[in-house]
Structure formats: C-alpha cells, structure tokens
Ligand binder design. Sequence first.
Ligand code: FAD
Length: 302
Amino acid sequence: MIKKEMFDKNFQENMVLNFDVSSLTSIGTGGKCLYFLKIENRKSLLDTVTKLTENSVKFIVIASGTNILFNDGFLNIAVLKLGKEFNYLRFAKAPKIIAGAACNLQRFIVDCARHGYDFSFLAGIPGTVGGAVMGNSGGNDNFLNDSLQEIRYFAVNKNKVEDKTIEIKNASQYRSFHVADLAVLTDIILQGEKEDRELIFKKIRENIKIKKAKQPLNSKNAGCFFKNIKGCHLKTGEMIDKCGLKNFSYGGARISNKHANFLENHSNASSKDLLILSKIIKYFVKSGFNKELEYEVSMIGF
Ligand SMILES: Cc1cc2nc3c(=O)[nH]c(=O)nc-3n(C[C@H](O)[C@H](O)[C@H](O)COP(=O)(O)OP(=O)(O)OC[C@H]3O[C@@H](n4cnc5c(N)ncnc54)[C@H](O)[C@@H]3O)c2cc1C
C-alpha cells in the first residue's frame, strides 16, 4: 500500500485520498478513486509516476474530463491531473507550434488564429490539447493529429519510467492515438498551416454557431458517446435517431433530443444508468442496422 508520507512534502498537499471523481468530468458521474494528484511540474510528475509504478498502483491521467466515464463505487486507481508547467503555448520558427498537454484547446485555437494558423475545425470542442491528441479530436473530417510532428511523454516499461521525445508520422487513426508505452503525454509539437487571419476567425465563428445548433452544449454530457463506423453511410447519431431513441431515458440518463449520440446526465444519473442506456442503444443499432458500436468515451473502471 502506498502512503501519502512516501511523497515529497510539496505535493503531499496536492494529494487527496478517496477523491470524488464525478467532480472531474463534464458528465458528472462516477465514484471515488484511491488518490487524486494535481501535478504542477515535470520533476513531481517523474517522482509520482515512479512511486506509483514501483508500488504497482494503476493510474490514469485526466485532463478536462470531457470525454471520459468513470464507473460508480470505489476505483482502485490513482488519478493524475497536469497543472501549471504543462499549461503553455509557444510559437517557434514557423510553422512549428509547441503546446503543453494541459493547454486549453480553445485558447490554442484562438492564439493559433492570431498567428495565422488554422485550427478552426476544433472550434467549440471543450478540453485540452493533450486530451484532444489522445482522442485525435476533430470535426468535419479534419483531425488534430494530422498536424502532429513530435510528442514528449513519460513512458512506463515494466518498472522503468522514462522521459521520451518521439517523432510522429501517420497518426490519423479515427478518434484514437496509440503509442505503446505512453503513460503521460506532456508536450505536443505541431506543424501549423497558414491561412488569412480574418478568414480563420470567420470559420471559428461559423463552426461555433453550427455546434451550438447541433449539439447539446449546455447539458451534462461527455461529447459523442460512440464512434462513427468507418464506411457506414449513416453517422452513429443518425442510426440512433432512426431507431426512435432520441429523448429515451433510463434512470437519470437520457439520449439527447438535439443529437442522439450524446448521452446526458439529466437527473442525478449514475454511471450504471449511462452504461445500461448505452447497452440499450447498442442492442437497437445491432438489431436495426447490424452494426456494432464502439465507445468513443474512455470507460474507466468497468
Ligand atoms: C459538449 C461536447 C462537445 C464535444 N464535441 C466534440 C467534437 O466535436 N469533436 C471531438 O473530437 N470531440 C468532442 N468532444 C469530446 C472531447 O471534448 C474531446 O475528446 C476533448 O479533446 C477531450 O479533451 P479532455 O482534455 O477533456 O480529455 P479527457 O476527457 O480528460 O481525457 C480523454 C482521454 O485522454 C486521456 N488523457 C488526457 N490527457 C492525457 C495526458 N496528458 N496523458 C495521457 N492521457 C491523457 C484520458 O486518460 C482519457 O482517456 C466533445 C465533448 C463535449 C462535452
């Protein structure tokens, strides 16, 4: 068992035992984890990951928690969140952009636009640059990871923790990003594409308008719950809608009336309510369209 006293005094203060993870996510459900640690700098991160690894404590990193569902009850994991030193954005010699994993995604888009780089397809998507890379976020068939050049991360191999930088090529997998030994993504190096600034801001405004019209931005949800299916002429939301499931609820969980691929915590839902609702959707889509849906949200502790 790992004890609080084993950690450096500076970050003992930032370590909370038996932490309520529902407060970390946009959907607002889930139980309690073993420890929650906010980590402000690289040295603390190295110490923490090393101690957790040496003591065989499983951990995950959470960013803004906008694409994640934790199970109810007790979760035997530590949850880490990156702080100050990982929240930065720098513009190096064009076209190189360097972001800390904890940099807010909307700040990234707007600052990039000011420098004439077009990431307007990400406008209105909540979260961080790190979270967006881990899920290869995007919209309208554009993906953030198409611009990835390099990443810096903490790798865990058996009991060894290593600070690594690698080049990235062909990271365009739909809504996923896979680096075998990646435990914590810390820095992201991208190549931007230049565009007229006014035009970029116009596209940002238009994309936000479209998002507001199509997605339930004011309810408690985790974005699209399921991935779209490659080669399928219907989007997953359209299939769920065609099954007549919009507005269908189970317990406190409901399928959004605005966008059927968004599951909402509309009335003190538990994660179990959301899980059961997701299984009902899977059943109907399989029966109606003979398609197997895959979760887009990260399902933790199920
Ligand atoms: C209203 C709404 C609308 C949305 N619309 C879109 C959309 O149009 N397109 C789209 O692609 N997504 C959309 N999303 C989903 C979500 O916003 C994105 O996936 C976002 O990029 C997730 O970022 P995050 O910082 O919240 O990551 P989190 O949800 O905190 O984490 C996501 C995953 O990444 C891992 N992770 C995060 N940071 C790190 C790190 N530093 N190191 C290692 N692992 C890490 C987590 O463990 C988790 O598995 C939407 C969500 C909401 C709530």
